[in-house]
Design a protein around this ligand. Structure first.
Ligand SMILES: Nc1nc2c(ncn2[C@@H]2O[C@H](COP(=O)(O)OP(=O)(O)OP(=O)(O)O)[C@@H](O)[C@H]2O)c(=O)[nH]1
Ligand SMILES: [Mg+2]
Length: 300
């Protein structure tokens, strides 16, 4: 058998907030590289997952959920999502199995029509509905766009993922790979650490507080290859939020640290020592220069 030529496949994962785009990215990768939470606006930047399988290199672009922006950060996130649509071979529009097309999806579909873009509709979270409910949802979406395929899946259980990979074959193009074959993401280690901590804050805190948080890794030292010593600063928007994040006698911060350390030890494969500090930075989500420094500004 002659070896196949190298091929690549760039895939954008887009949709409204909280539909499971990052869960899908993690499942496609077989590794957790993107933060996931039950709160909207979890993903703030474009996250690249690189998966090299036999002769094909897939480059998945997870994006922030498109939403009605209430601050500059939100505007940048929306821009980042739409920016990911340039130069991809395939677009996955991820939706939830509901009985109506959300306005965010309708407006994306209008855009796709103008561009005559090849789009695969991913109806995610199909583990939450009866099998008999899937067909009417497929019919409803099919009336709105001439999708290349409409696939019911569950990014959580993995159901339908084989079908998705089968579908992606048709978008491969013969080309040299863009990334080394052992690379899985373009996110630096410090970003992965910061995002892991932010994910735990999203998990443990209620609605308003975690959305106003960013995390900076001040120091990360590898001590003789068997201990990672990390000092992280958690910035929130108000003094009152700071108290909530720290919790009674430090209990909340301690729990954040326990959960984050667990994930980080699994990711890095060594022991992790985590020092967390909480600070206040008012109105940072409208601070353009800071957003730029934090890598939360769209560069396109
Ligand atoms: N039951 C079920 N839950 C899912 C599935 N996929 C994702 N979820 C849950 O849906 C919530 C949102 O998942 P995310 O992957 O963070 O969603 P997202 O689209 O990346 O969200 P944003 O980054 O905020 O736009 C989390 O609580 C996930 O556990 C699925 O297939 N089934
Ligand atoms: Mg996400």
């Amino acid at each position: 058998m002659t070896p196949k030529n190298p091929a690549t496949c760039f895939v954008a994962i887009v949709g409204k907030s909280n539909v499971g785009k990052s869960t899908l990215l993690n499942n496609l990768m077989g590794e957790k590289i993107a933060a996931v939470s039950n709160k909207p606006q979890t993903t703030r930047t474009r996250i690249t997952g690189v998966l090299t399988k036999e002769n094909v290199q897939y480059v998945f672009l997870d994006t922030p959920g498109i939403h009605r922006a209430r601050n500059r950060l939100g505007e940048e996130m929306n821009r980042m999502a739409v920016g990911a649509l340039t130069d991809v071979n395939c677009t996955l529009l991820v939706v939830e199995p509901t009985d109506r097309v959300h306005p965010v999806e309708a407006s994306l579909l209008e855009r796709f029509k103008k561009e005559q873009r090849p789009v695969v509709l991913i109806i995610n979270k199909c583990d939450t509905i009866k099998k008999s409910a899937i067909l009417p949802i497929i019919d409803m979406y099919a009336k709105h766009y001439d999708f290349d395929a409409l696939l019911p899946i569950s990014a959580k259980t993995g159901e339908g993922m084989n079908m998705l990979f089968e579908e992606l074959h048709s978008y491969e193009v013969e080309s040299d790979w863009y990334f080394p074959s052992d690379m899985i993401t373009d996110q630096p280690e410090r970003v992965i650490v910061a995002e892991t901590i932010r994910e735990k804050l999203l998990k443990l805190l209620s609605e308003e507080v975690p959305h106003g948080i960013y995390v900076v890794i001040e120091e990360m030292k590898d001590i003789r290859g068997h201990l990672l010593d990390i000092r992280a600063e958690i910035f929130c928007e108000r003094e009152s939020h700071k108290h909530i994040i720290i919790g009674k006698d430090g209990s909340m911060l301690k729990q954040v640290g326990i959960y984050a350390r667990e994930d980080l030890e699994a990711f890095f494969g060594i022991k992790v020592n985590l020092n967390l500090w909480v600070k206040v930075k008012e109105k940072w989500r409208d601070n353009s220069a800071l957003l730029n420094r934090l890598g939360l500004k769209n560069e396109d």
